[in-house]
Ligand binder design. Structure first.
Ligand SMILES: [Zn+2]
Length: 378
């Protein structure tokens, strides 16, 4: 048996209890006090494992947790987030429960189990004396589910100082790694019309609602599903009263792309939308808040390394793509070798049946430890 498997197997109870402890501390992104309580639990877990832990203060979201194992001139970054999409009180209807070989609860899959796996894997490699030349730095952010506005610059700075970035977001089905992620853009199409009485003087008005209808169709035509570029007009609103020609209307649009070139094309095309009705004004704001993760050679090399670590454990590693973005999008777009989806096996992220597979936790931690060992020895 691999020494990492043995090490992690001996700490299986700690691993599962750490996930339960983190999941029992609810941490919705917008509730700083709650997220900071979860951060306190994280500091406790990391200290138990021998890490040096610091927190980086944030005023509107939870404080970021930074923990180091080992030292030396080089750094390997292990990245995750402790915020979830579940409001405080969810535990009353969705308690943390072990059932049928699974652990259920809010945030267990996305991504509290991933955090516990990363912590144990880092500890396992530190115990083997592999971190004298390379510091393992865990960076645990608190606003990933709301776009990472308060952590992006820190993530990018730490990534630039690292050999590679391992992201412990949940795996795809069967434990597959995430080697391609779409980039995400959010745009607002604002339309300014001219108000008028709908009965007395309709000809004097320019309907912002009618103009917006044209813009919605025009925007949807920009999508190119064959290239993976999709566009969803998720929100429209406008008008004031039924008997008034609408003066204002707006649409909020979600755009997903697989390449930087498509992000550029969509940004330009949306910015170039022009009014159809004489007298209407169209303004487009917004942009891409996460660039796409493209599977370049920097990602392929890490996949090969992870596959070696997996075969040592008798596992076969697969990979796939997802339309969802993560903080790994930022680091991959910088050209830093990045591997995402190293977290738990399970299902139901952001859904009522969110769970992780208990039996897979130890092999996953051993896999991460084997991968870390290979990266730091290289
Ligand atoms: Zn996540």
């Amino acid at each position: 048996m691999s020494h990492f498997l043995e090490f992690c197997r001996a700490r299986e109870a700690w691993l599962i209890e750490a996930i339960e402890r983190l999941a029992c501390s609810e941490s919705p992104s917008f509730d700083k006090a709650a997220v900071d309580r979860c951060g306190h639990e994280l500091v406790g877990c990391l200290t138990e494992l021998g890490a040096r832990v610091e927190t980086v203060a944030r005023s509107t979201v939870g404080d970021i947790v930074v923990a180091d194992f080992g030292g030396g001139p080089r750094q390997l970054l292990l990245l995750g987030h402790c915020d979830t999409v579940w409001p405080v009180g969810t535990l009353a209807e969705m308690p943390v429960t072990r059932r049928d070989g699974r652990l259920f609860g809010p945030g267990v899959f996305d991504m509290k189990a991933g955090l516990a796996i990363a912590m144990l894997a880092a500890c396992a490699t530190a115990q083997r004396g592999l971190v004298e030349q390379t510091r393992l730095r865990l960076l645990i952010t608190t606003d990933e589910e709301i776009g990472s506005g308060a952590s992006r610059s820190l993530i990018e700075r730490e990534a630039r100082a690292s050999l590679a970035v391992l992201v412990f977001e949940p795996s795809l089905s069967g434990g597959a790694l995430k080697t391609r992620r779409k980039g995400v853009g959010e745009f607002v199409i604002d339309v300014q019309g001219v108000a008028a009485h709908a009965g007395v003087d309709p000809g004097a008005g320019v309907s912002a609602v009618s103009e917006l209808a044209h813009q919605v169709i025009a925007a949807q035509r920009l999508a190119d599903p064959a290239r993976g570029t999709t566009l969803n007009v998720g929100i429209i609103e406008g008008g004031s009263r039924v008997n008034v020609v609408a003066e204002h209307a707006r649409a909020v649009v979600d755009v997903r792309v697989t390449t930087a070139a498509e992000a550029e094309r969509m940004s330009r095309a949306l910015a170039g939308l022009t009014p159809t009705l004489a007298g209407a004004r169209v303004t487009v704001r917004g942009g891409f808040n996460r660039p796409p993760m493209e599977r370049g050679p920097h990602i392929a090399a890490l996949v090969a390394t992870a596959s070696e670590a997996a075969s040592e454990l008798g596992l076969t590693l697969t990979e796939g793509s997802t339309g969802g973005a993560s903080d790994g999008n930022f680091t991959a777009a910088l050209g830093i070798p990045t591997l995402d989806g190293l977290g738990a096996l399970g299902g139901g992220a952001h859904a009522r049946h969110e769970h992780v597979v208990l039996d897979a936790l130890v092999p996953r931690a051993a896999l991460a430890a084997g991968l870390i060992a290979r990266v730091v020895r290289a």
